[in-house]
Design a protein around this ligand. Structure first.
Ligand SMILES: Cc1cc2nc3c(=O)[nH]c(=O)nc-3n(C[C@H](O)[C@H](O)[C@H](O)COP(=O)(O)OP(=O)(O)OC[C@H]3O[C@@H](n4cnc5c(N)ncnc54)[C@H](O)[C@@H]3O)c2cc1C
Ligand SMILES: NC(=O)c1ccc[n+]([C@@H]2O[C@H](COP(=O)([O-])OP(=O)(O)OC[C@H]3O[C@@H](n4cnc5c(N)ncnc54)[C@H](O)[C@@H]3O)[C@@H](O)[C@H]2O)c1
Length: 547
């Protein structure tokens, strides 16, 4: 990954005097190497060299899209510091490494449980990769493209307007606004809960001490009773690609694309690859989607996987299945992808979207006796505790399911275990929500899984094109499938393809959670016309098959 350069804005703590004072008052110790005399200076420089080496492995943080800085005011004053409730000799009850959804949820739970907690994140603003480069910008971008597609479809507008391409950075204007709003919202959460936030890179010195690199010359050490690692993940970058080349992108860098392309290669047909295939075709780009498997998103219900592949092709995406990169040629005006099968694909740019790696390299985990796996992920038990008893981990850094939705719940649960809540439960069931155009969402078992397990199931389905609401809002494709046990009518899986699928699924999720049967949907009156009516239609369709 790229290195953090001198003057990189991510090093600027930009703290105001109030925060500085409260930091001192909160008892954090400035690194003696930094504050002591000249003899120590050489040692400082040496240490700094080593740290710089570590930083080479840190993710190349993409700065907030908006230049507006938002400082978190910790809310700490001399008299309002949280009282330490645990019996230990450390400065903090808990330290949280990373201010993404997992870190935020952990910090909130710890603070609400009366713990003195500090959050460390090198980014100038809270929200994590989720807010700055992941979920939020990609979903805001998708919404803008979705609006654009609907606008173009509407004959009232297309007659009056010539078709022209819209550059990505213009479409991103809305995303910038959403990011700013999100940062403001989350900043207030930290402030209101009096949680101290330090902007810097954290790494361990031992199991109760962390060093924070605040800027090029300032290090601090803090001591803590318990820690939670929520440092998230970054795009996996193989050595064979030069990500400094202006035509080579990953999902972080793509948000800075400032030129218009006609054609783009997306390498990797996972969730990110498929979501961006929708975004780019919506913008009028020609897309080559390279899949190293024979089916798109093969863990989905196979009818839904076929449906998205069919719709992609209709939009002009060329899906190339069972292919693998051999090498990439880069030129000033194009890239040429050479595949192991001998095919060559020429395009204006490439988006590499083939997995992510946990941000564990710079943490000095060796000093704790912890080792991440080959994807930089940490192993935890059912309480989110690592192999070191006072060190916990949650979110993308522990691997499954690598979703913002789950990261938040995992962070909160981990903190609940840290404070000894008896009713804490680990996250085990997570819906899938894929924001392609149209969306895909599902929960529970697939037909394949039920068939393999020899469960006597039946299917009920509702096609969106028959629903009044869908006709009113102009939805052309979409289906809701309910899989249920043909004897007990227990709901076993729900699969939805179509716009609003990620919202629609939650009705079924709630019903499944209450252990209600398929009959719930026929004995309950739904608002009309709504997309939710699909449940009634699908349930009746399914019941008609039972004999
Ligand atoms: C393009 C894209 C789209 C996505 N869309 C969705 C979606 O629609 N729905 C969904 O549920 N999920 C989605 N995800 C996944 C989601 O963004 C992640 O699962 C989520 O961000 C994980 O949260 P986290 O708290 O574990 O970490 P992150 O959000 O990754 O945050 C970790 C934080 O830790 C900080 N950090 C790193 N190293 C250190 C260190 N040494 N010291 C201190 N702090 C450190 C980082 O700067 C970062 O701010 C998407 C991801 C991508 C890339
Ligand atoms: N709507 C959503 O929920 C959403 C949207 C975008 C991204 N995400 C999350 O982001 C993550 C990344 O998505 P993606 O599409 O890039 O990839 P992916 O996780 O779907 O994997 C794509 C391919 O890369 C491989 N891979 C994954 N990590 C690797 C690594 N470190 N080294 C080598 N190979 C690796 C996988 O085995 C797979 O073949 C996913 O976990 C996904 O859950 C979620």
């Amino acid at each position: 990954m790229g290195s953090k350069t001198i003057g990189d804005a991510t090093n600027d703590t930009g703290k105001d005097t109030e925060t500085e004072v409260s930091n001192k008052e909160s008892g954090r110790v400035l690194n003696p190497e930094h504050t002591e005399g000249k003899n120590k200076k050489e040692r400082v420089e040496q240490t700094h060299e080593q740290v710089n080496d570590d930083i080479m492995h840190h993710p190349d943080l993409v700065n907030p899209l908006d230049d507006t800085r938002i400082d978190v005011k910790s809310g700490f004053t001399k008299d309002s510091q949280r009282l330490k409730s645990d019996k230990h000799e450390f400065e903090y009850d808990a330290v949280v490494l990373g201010a993404g959804p997992a870190g935020e949820a952990a910090a909130m739970k710890l603070a609400k449980s009366g713990k003195k907690v500090v959050v460390i994140d090198p980014r100038e603003q809270v929200g994590g990769n989720c807010t700055h480069v992941g979920t939020i910008p990609s979903k805001a971008l998708r919404q803008s493209v979705f609006n654009l597609i609907n606008f173009r479809r509407d004959q009232m507008f297309t007659k009056a307007m010539d078709y022209h391409q819209v550059p990505l950075n213009i479409v991103l204007a809305k995303a910038r606004k959403v990011i700013l709003q999100q940062v403001q919202t989350h900043t207030r959460f930290y402030e209101r809960n009096q949680i101290e936030v330090i902007h810097g890179w954290a790494n361990f010195i031992d199991k109760n001490t962390i060093r924070i690199e605040i800027d090029e010359n300032t290090f601090e050490t803090i001591t803590f009773n318990k820690a939670i690692i929520t440092v998230g993940s970054r795009p996996y970058r193989p050595d064979i690609l030069d990500f400094d080349h202006p035509r080579v992108f990953d999902s972080d860098k793509i948000l800075q694309m400032d030129y218009v392309v006609k054609k783009i290669i997306i390498y990797g047909a996972g969730v990110i690859g498929c979501e961006y295939a929708s975004i780019f075709t919506g913008l009028g780009y020609k897309v080559d989607l390279i899949n190293n498997q024979n089916q798109l998103l093969s863990y989905l219900d196979s009818e839904i996987s076929d449906a998205i592949a069919h719709d992609f092709r209709q939009f002009g995406v060329v899906i190339r299945s069972n292919e693998e990169i051999d090498h990439l040629e880069t030129h000033d005006d194009c890239v040429i992808l050479h595949l192991k099968s001998g095919k060559k694909i020429k395009s204006d740019a490439i988006l590499w979207s083939n997995g992510r790696s946990g941000n564990t390299e710079g943490l000095n985990l060796e000093c704790l006796g912890l080792k991440a796996n080959s994807r930089g992920q940490l192993k935890v038990d059912d309480t989110y505790c690592t192999e070191v008893e006072n060190i916990y981990a949650a979110g993308d850094v522990i691997g499954w399911p690598s979703l913002a939705s789950a990261a938040y719940d995992q962070g909160r649960c981990a903190a609940a275990f840290m404070v000894g809540d008896r009713d804490a439960e680990p996250v085990s069931s997570v819906p899938t929500g894929i924001y392609t155009i149209p969306e895909i969402s599902c929960i529970g078992k697939t037909e394949q899984e039920l068939t393999d397990a020899k469960v006597p199931y039946e299917v009920g389905q509702a096609f969106f094109k028959h629903l009044a609401r869908a006709q009113i809002i102009g939805e052309r494709s979409g289906v809701l499938k309910i899989l249920f046990h043909r004897e007990t009518l227990e709901i076993l899986g729900i699969h939805c393809y179509g716009n609003h699928a990620s919202e629609i699924i939650h009705i079924g999720q709630a019903v499944m959670k209450c252990n209600a049967t398929l009959e719930y949907f026929v004995n309950t009156t739904f608002n009309y016309p709504t997309m939710a009516e699909a449940y009634r239609v699908a349930a009746l369709n399914g019941l008609n098959r039972v004999f």
